[in-house]
Design a protein around this ligand. Sequence first.
Ligand code: MN
Length: 509
Amino acid sequence: MANFNELELWWVTGAQLLYGGDAVVAVDSHSKEMVDGLNNSGNLPIKIVYKGTANSSKEVEAVMKAANNDSKCVGIITWMHTFSPAKMWIHGLQQLRKPLLHLHTQYNAEIPWDTMDMDFMNLNQSAHGDREFGHICSRMRIPRKVVVGYWKDSDTQERIAVWSRVAAAWADAQDMLIIRFGDQMNNVAVTDGDKVEAELRMGYHVDYCPVSELMEYYKKVADADVKALVDEYFRLYTIQEGLDKDSKVLYEAAKAELAIRACLKAKGAKGFTTNFDDLGTDDINDPNFVGFDQIPGLASQRLMAEGYGFGAEGDWKSAALYRTVWYMTQGLEGGCSFLEDYTLNFDGKQSSILQAHMLEVCPLIAEEKPRLEVHFLGIGIRKAQTARLVFTSKPGNGVTATVVDMGNRFRLIVNDVECIKSKPLPKLPVASALWVPMPNFEVGAGAWIMAGGTHHSCFSYSITPEYWMDYAEMAGIEMLHIDKDTTMEGFQKEMRFNEVYYMLNKALK
Ligand code: MN
C-alpha cells in the first residue's frame, strides 16, 4: 500500500504590499481558513500545507526552491487573492521543478451587494489576480493544471484530488527503478523504445538483471517460506479440484514469487518485466539445472496486486505505467491491471475485444474470487504445467492507456472502454476482461492502431481521462484521447497537428 500520509502539497498565496500590511494579514487568515477547509473536507487524499503569502520576487523564489528540495512536497498549489504582479513570479517559476496547480477561486463566494466597498475588493481580487498569474505561466510555457471553482465545492475539490494523486504518482516515478529479467521479446518494436529519453521525460530508470542473478535469490528461498505462501494461496483463492498443497507446480510457483520479490526488494525496484524465453538454465534435464520450472505468471499476478509495475515480454514502459496507475489509485474502489488485446469478437454494435494474457492479469480487477489453477502452457522455453489465477473482470466503465515511443517524443494513448460480461471460456483458463472501446469498436480500435498503440495497456476502473491529462502535462508528453466523441477524421487531424507541434517544439529547444 502506498502511503499518502507522508506526502504534502504546498499552498502559496500570491499577494503584495500595495494595500498595506493589514490586507496581507487578512489574506493570510483567509488562506489558512481555506487550507483548513480543504484539508477537513475529507475529499483530498494528500494534506495541504499552508506556506504563507508570497509578497515579493525573493519570497516566491525562496518557497519554490524549498519545494524542490523537500522530498515530502509533491506539488505546489498557487492562488492569487489579488493582483500579485506576475514579474514577481518569474524567477521562482524558473526554479520550480514540482507539479503546479493554479487554483482560480475566491475566499468569498458571493458578492455582498449591499455592503461591498473597496476594502472588500482588495481582499477578493483573484478575478484579475489569477489572470495576471496565468499570463506569466503561459508566457513562460509552464506546465500546470488550472482548476476553476469555489474552494468549498466538492467538484472543485475533486479536481484538486485527481491532480494530487497524479502528482504523488509523478513523485513516485521520479524514484522508480524497473528491473528487466531478460530482454525485450525479439523483434517486437512497439514495447521497446529509448530508455534514456524515458528517464529524462518520465523519471523512471530501467535496469537489466541477469536471470542468473535472480537465481541466486531463488536458491536462498527457505522451504518453510514456500510452504507458508502455498498455505496463503489456499486461504485466498478458490482452488482447482484435485490440486493440493503438496503440488510440486504450486511449490515452484510460490518459490519463484518469493525469489522475484526478494530480488526486487534488494534492488529497491518498483516494477519488473519478464521474458518467457529466459527462465534460468535452458535444459531442465541438466543435472546442474537452476531455473524456474514454469513461467512465473502467478508471481507476476500477485506482485502486480501488491503494486509492483509489470510488463510482459520485456515491456518496461508498461511496467512503469502500471506502477503509476496502481499508485495513483490507492484507496479508490475499482482496481487496475496490465492487459493485452487478445482476440476480437465481431458482434455488431457490441463488437468487443477480449483482454487477457497467457497468465499475467492482475486480480485487482476480478469480479469473483480468483481460482488458482494449474494447466499446461506450451509457450516459451519451458512448456510446462503452470500455475495461474483465473477470473473474469467486473462489468463497468474504465480507462486504458499506453505509452509508445514515436522517435521524437513519447505518446500517451488513452481510451475510454466499457467492460461487458464475457461468456465462460472453459478451454482458455486465463484471467480476462471483455471490453468495447469508445466510441465504438471500429473507431476505438482504428484510432488506437492509427496512433501506433501497443497490444499491451494499463487499465483501471478507478480513474478518468483527467488523470492522464494531468500526467501528460507533468511529463510534457503528447496525449491522444479516444473517447465517445472521437471521429477518425478529427483524430487524424489531431495527430497531424501534433506531428508539426512536436517537430517545432523539439527544434525550438
Ligand atoms: Mn504480451
